[in-house]
Design a protein. Structure first.
Lengths: 115, 109
């Protein structure tokens, strides 16, 4: 069964609105979760590391005020895309480190389309 | 900077036609090399982890191998259900995964 649950799977929004994406670890507690973005025919790119109880760590070039991350519990991290613009349209995927050494398990992804 | 290059970008095979996918990498202090399968519109599904040169892992029709510079994913007698994009990723000094762009495999019946 799924280790990671991600919702919604698809969202269409108007430019200027905010969108929240949830990532839940189903099988174990996760002090760390990861958020990736994937553009068509491109690599998955790490956006940020979500840390339970503390601030997220953002990769270079990722605007922390635009992509708000909250890791309020050991099983839930949320990514909010604020004031979304068409260039934010992409496939957003979260991952959770498993109990086995170094392995990350991914959610099903969220397709964001900003009109 | 850790880097991963996968080749070919796309590969078309006939059912039963074996082949290999390549993943070349540079990493500072390899903690692991990972192979994932990704179906259209879905998140990556974990296949294998390799930790040191010479290591091999097998699962059904798939076999992953690792050298100090590259990894191969060998597909033996593929079936149409093996059609997917196969992603390679490396993990260096941190928990961060650095992915290649993937190889899109199509297996025709």
């Amino acid at each position: 069964g799924a280790v990671v649950s991600q919702h919604p799977s698809r969202v269409i929004c108007k430019s200027g609105t905010s969108v929240k994406i949830e990532c839940r670890s189903l099988d174990f507690q996760a002090t760390t979760m990861f958020w990736y973005r994937q553009f068509p025919k491109q690599s998955l790119m790490l956006m940020a590391t979500s840390n339970e109880g503390s601030k997220a760590t953002y990769e270079q070039g990722v605007e922390k005020d635009k992509f708000l991350i909250n890791h309020a519990s050991l099983t839930l991290s949320t990514l909010t895309v604020t004031s979304a613009h068409p260039e934010d349209s992409s496939f957003y995927i979260c991952s959770v480190p498993g109990l086995a050494k170094n392995i990350q398990y991914f959610g099903a992804g969220t397709r964001l389309s900003v009109l | 900077e850790d880097q991963v290059t996968q080749s070919p970008e796309a590969l078309r095979l006939q059912e039963g036609e074996s082949s290999s996918l390549n993943c070349s990498y540079t990493v500072s202090g390899l903690r692991g090399l990972f192979w994932y399968r990704q179906d259209p519109g879905k998140g990556p599904e974990f296949l294998f982890t390799l930790y040191s040169a010479g290591e091999e892992k097998e699962k059904e029709r798939l076999k992953a191998t690792l050298t100090k510079k590259e990894s191969f994913l060998h597909i033996t007698a593929p079936k149409p259900e093996d059609s997917a994009t196969y992603l390679c990723a490396v993990q260096g000094g941190s928990e961060k995964l650095v992915f290649g762009k993937g190889t899109k495999l199509t297996v025709n019946p």
